[in-house]
Design a binder for this molecule. Sequence first.
Ligand code: HEM
Length: 241
Amino acid sequence: MAVTGVILVGFVIGHLVGNLQIFDHPDKINGYAQFLHQTGPLLWVARIGLLVSVILHVWSATVLTIENRKARGVTPTGKHWIKASLASRYIRWTGYVVLAFIIYHLLHFTLGVTNPADFKDGHSYVMREAYSVAGFPVVAAGTEVDNVYLMVYRGFESAPVAIFYIIAVGLLSFHLLHGMDSLFQTIGWRSQTWAGRLRKVVALICLLYFLGNFAIPGAILTGALKPHPDAQVHAPVSAQN
Ligand code: HEM
């Protein structure tokens, strides 16, 4: 549970940092996505690693729940909480919503099933400047790449989609609150003296994580983030007809 949790937390934080490039020139997020796709086999190793981590995480959560119930003699409907935080009580339910969100998210941004008209593959973008990682240019200026900026922008102009994302990342942040606390318990850092301080640090990380994720759909939906002129964000398909 703890090992897969660390891998998944590392991914979601890294993913957020990459996604925040939407607030910069479209070269950034488009160059970043192109760079990831260029890594080819490495990207597949990471994808398989993530998938295996999710499966093992759900599997160990299920085993732990069954063992806890047996140990306490609690029926699936019996609520015998004495002193449990809200995040820990609902960890399973927030987990289910996050799983459902991941499936929707893959259909939305990775496969384009939910939004074929705005899917990145259908809209090319020419890089104005090179995209660099640690000072090394990894995507050259003039390269034709997928328009991930446009896909994300168009996706969050839809209120139901943006609101669903905000709710899902809110529940994910709540899930992380208990998950990261338990992680420190597992590795033995949650001593009497440290428990309170660690909880504050975890709560701050989860709050920042939520705000970062909230900012993207929130800014697009409210119009606080205007589409960059270089991104060629077209009018909604409905408005074109
Ligand atoms: C506002 C929030 C988010 C935005 C804007 C966002 C954006 C994106 C985009 C644009 C892609 C496709 C990248 C590409 O193929 O070029 C993607 C893929 C993905 N995202 Fe997110 N994401 C968000 C939140 C999340 C969260 C919270 C999770 C996990 C719980 C997540 C998990 C994934 C996964 C697993 C992929 C597939 C990566 C792959 O191609 O293998 N995302 N996301």
